[in-house]
Design a protein. Structure first.
Ligand code: 4NP
Length: 187
């Protein structure tokens, strides 16, 4: 399949959302950037992150998140926290919440037509015992490792699902362009 055709079919814009935008969602953003480069996946056009609260606007990710991410090869240092805004409903195709509280906060202000965009990130990690990415802010370093483990696994799940969708869209389109000539009566 030519590169240009695949890209035109899939240019998802993905936004990760947590509470403060300094631990979980910037980690998810940095990890997904790393994974799409590693996997040579061209189906995501834009990745960003935001917080439902404004406590840390303009701040870089928490140093504990940065250190844990750097140890796995992800550089979060250039990211800056911002608050989620209504514009994000038009600017993004997928809005992935880290926990159920984030999900409820975003859903509450979502236009009906955009509600389908708002999902739990770990919906892309089927079979996991975790439904949410636990908030590591008030805990120890192990919490930051759990965030990374979950972001890596769900990020790969997201890429796999988007790849499947792209491939099935391509096959459907290719199929629909083939004239139905198998019935001898119609030939
Ligand atoms: P995050 O973690 O939502 O994963 O960025 C938190 C960061 C800051 C606070 C809470 C959670 N806080 O209360 O300041």
């Amino acid at each position: 399949m030519p590169f240009a055709r695949r890209r035109a079919l899939s240019s998802m814009r993905v936004l990760f959302v947590c509470l403060g935008n300094i631990c979980r969602s910037p980690t998810a953003e940095g990890v997904l950037r790393g994974l799409i480069a590693r996997e040579s996946f061209d189906g995501i056009a834009r990745i960003d992150s935001a917080g439902t609260a404004n406590y840390h606007c303009g701040a870089p990710p928490d140093l504990r998140s940065q250190r844990a991410a750097r140890a796995r090869g992800y550089d979060l240092s250039a990211l800056r926290a911002r608050q989620f805004s209504d514009r994000d409903f038009t600017d993004f195709d997928l809005i992935l919440a880290m926990d159920r509280q984030n999900l409820a906060d975003i859903e509450r202000c979502a236009p009906v037509a955009d509600r389908h965009k708002v999902q739990l990130f770990l919906a892309y990690l089927p079979g996991s015992s975790h439904l949410e990415v636990p908030d590591p802010y008030y805990g120890g370093v192990e919490g930051f490792e759990t965030v990374l483990d979950l972001c890596e696994a769900a990020g790969l799940g997201l890429i796999a699902q988007l790849r499947d969708q792209t491939d099935s869209t391509i096959s459907r389109r290719a199929g629909s362009s083939v004239p139905p000539t198998t019935d001898p009566k119609t030939r």
